[in-house]
Design a protein around this ligand. Structure first.
Ligand SMILES: [Zn+2]
Length: 210
């Protein structure tokens, strides 16, 4: 794995720990699977959380990022493990390393991590969908979050086209769709009216008996 790819992996994976860690601490949920795609990462939570709660957790996770907490790996013995408040994807004896995020997350893990949470840079939730009794959360961290901000430029262009401020483009698009739907209804009504007039004009003209 080259250096850039390794760092990208470390940013996304550490963000997974931080985001899941704060959710686990507040709501007791955990991640049962993580899926990687080219531009974003998905975590599937084993319970339902609504969007407002998740975006609050995003804020808390980013506070942990900006506190630049040390990310430590340790190999505790059985007696230490017994005392740990432990979020585990695997059994305590089934994983090689125990990754410790300064109180944010304690989890059995063999993955690659950044050395301090600040290196994650930013965690941005992109979408939330219900899934099999849980929630799938799509996020971008670090360099991927930076690239995601390119969409802000796209929004600026849309705002110029719609003559709407950048933070009001969604409302402008919603209004545009409502106007389109209303125009469609008027169009259908006018066509119906026109057909009725044509039908009246043609009435009796095509029914000459043989
Ligand atoms: Zn890990």
């Amino acid at each position: 794995m080259d250096v850039a790819r390794r760092f990208d992996y470390a940013q996304q994976h550490t963000a997974d720990h931080i985001l899941t860690g704060v959710i686990h601490r507040r709501y007791g949920l955990t991640t049962w699977v993580s899926t990687w795609e080219k531009e974003s990462t998905f975590i599937d939570l084993n319970g339902i959380l609504d969007e407002s709660a998740l975006f609050e957790m995003e804020r808390v996770a980013n506070e942990a990022v900006w506190m630049d907490l040390p990310v430590e790996a340790s190999w505790p013995d059985d007696s230490t493990l017994a005392r740990l408040d432990y979020r585990s994807k695997k059994g305590p004896n089934g994983a090689g390393a125990h990754c410790y995020h300064s109180g944010i997350d304690v989890c059995a893990c063999c993955g690659i991590h950044v050395e301090h949470t600040g290196a994650v840079g930013l965690i941005k939730i992109l979408s939330v969908t219900r899934l099999r009794g849980g929630v799938r959360v799509e996020y971008a961290a670090g360099r991927r979050a930076y690239h995601y901000l390119d969409t802000v430029q796209q929004n600026r262009m849309i705002s110029a086209v719609l003559s709407a401020r950048p933070l009001h483009t969604a409302e402008a698009v919603r209004r545009l769709l409502e106007e389109r739907d209303a125009a469609r209804k008027r169009c259908v009504a006018l066509e119906q009216k026109r057909f009725e007039v044509l039908a009246q004009q043609q009435s009796g003209q095509g029914d000459t008996p043989v």
